[in-house]
Design a protein around this ligand. Structure first.
Ligand code: ATP
Ligand code: MG
Length: 388
């Protein structure tokens, strides 16, 4: 509906005096041709509007023989959702007139104060306002459809990932079992070191793929916003020591020294043990991966008010400042770093920390090292049934 389409007015007014006055104003003040139709009932107005003709501007008296007040406006906008409506009201019902704007009218004019110019301007503004309103509604509708489509696509992707991961998991388990059986079935006399090495390599690859499969599932869960936790009370010191123990063999092998800086009285924390070990494992794993032989990795833990702060600091390659903002994005890896892994560890680490109500951040200097700081609230995600 634009200014170029010939103006069609529908005057809905049952008072012949008012109707005549308005018609005169329009004739005097409206430039160019216009078409005016007059009815004196809501029913007649609805009929005129719903016979498919578009482009009407409705001048609507609020008290008609068959409708009154807001119901008149509702009746008209229902019959013609795209028609601009200007309400004509008596001197004493301006409060009602204001409410008609919420019901879909674009403007209102007080009858006792009408003049031609005012009427013409109101008509022009009402058309423009309605046009913008319809445009906005359409954009909103399109945005909603796009969001719904994106959500459906994400659900379909997660479902596909879940099914594929499940099948891959079954196959991986079978590969592992066959490798073990092969190992046992080989007669002693044909067994040589080479064969055993290869069987061990198969098993190691199965473990790696199983880890990747788990990481992909975790990232999908974090993305969907439902990482499930199994929170219980744990001593922070025990959790940290356990994580370090799991990694110490790798550290020895790489000749990287592991150092502790744990407060003596570390508190109890409500947390998912498996997930916290996974989080610390990811941070320690990275520290070892990016620290050359002869370097150090220091793990610290302290209580700060009602939070616990865990740091993992290494003397490794460091991360350029411009890379730090991307560090926790999934699949992100520094261009300069060795690309072992999938770039999921830190995205999962952040997902775990946030599911516990905490936060994680990184500080780094190229050539000096990197420090990750994790802060977890002691109450964490709370205990199931909130036993206190
Ligand atoms: N301690 C660190 N020192 C230097 N760079 C790091 C360190 N930790 C992470 N990075 C950089 O951040 C990237 C992303 O780390 P992230 O743990 O998410 O993935 P990844 O270790 O490459 O693979 P994955 O953890 O999935 O096996 C790494 O590839 C590396 O470039
Ligand atoms: Mg990693």
């Amino acid at each position: 509906m634009t200014e170029e389409t010939p103006l069609r007015l529908l005057l809905v007014e049952d008072n012949p005096g008012d109707a005549r006055l308005i018609q005169e104003f329009l004739r005097d003040a409206l430039p160019g041709d216009f078409h005016l139709e007059k009815v004196d009932r809501l029913a007649a107005a609805r009929e005129a509007l719903s016979d498919g003709k578009d482009g009407y501007v409705v001048l609507l008296d609020l008290s008609l023989p068959d409708a009154h007040g807001l119901e008149t406006v509702r009746g008209v906008s229902e019959a013609a959702p795209t028609a601009p409506i200007i309400v004509l009201t008596g001197l004493d019902d301006e409060t009602v007139a204001l409410r008609t704007l919420q019901e879909g009218a674009q403007d209102y004019l007080v009858k006792g104060r009408l003049e031609g110019d005012l009427l013409v301007r109101a008509i022009r503004y009402a058309r423009e306002r309605k046009r913008l309103e319809l445009e906005r509604a359409e954009l909103y509708q399109r945005a909603r459809e796009a969001a719904a489509e994106a959500e459906a696509a994400a659900l379909a992707r997660d479902e596909a990932l879940r099914i594929v991961s499940h099948d891959i998991g079954n196959s991986l388990a079978a590969v592992g079992i066959h490798a073990r059986l092969l190992d046992r079935m080989l007669p002693r006399e044909t067994r040589d070191e080479n064969v055993s090495k290869r069987i061990a390599a198969i098993q190691q690859l199965v473990d790696q793929m199983e880890t990747l499969r788990g990481d992909l599932l975790d990232v999908a869960r974090i993305e969907a916003g439902h990482m499930s936790l199994d929170p219980e009370r744990h001593n922070v010191g025990d959790l940290v020591s356990e994580a370090v123990e799991l990694i110490s063999e790798v550290a020895d092998h790489q000749r990287v020294r592991l150092e502790f800086e744990l407060d003596r009285d570390l508190p109890i924390i409500v947390a998912d043990r498996g997930r916290i070990l996974q989080l610390l494992g990811n941070l320690l794993g990275n520290a070892l991966k990016f620290t050359p032989a002869g370097g150090r990795v220091r793990i610290g833990a302290e209580q700060v008010e009602d939070e616990v702060r865990i740091t993992v600091a290494d003397t490794g390659s460091g991360i350029p400042a411009e890379d730090l903002p991307h560090l926790f994005d999934r699949y992100w890896q520094a261009r300069s770093s060795r690309r072992a892994g999938a770039g999921l560890g830190l995205a999962i680490a952040r997902g775990i920390v946030e599911a516990h109500g905490g936060w994680i951040r990184a500080e780094s200097e190229v050539g000096v090292g990197t420090t990750f700081t994790v802060t977890l609230p002691l109450e964490g995600p709370g205990l199931p049934n909130d036993q206190g």
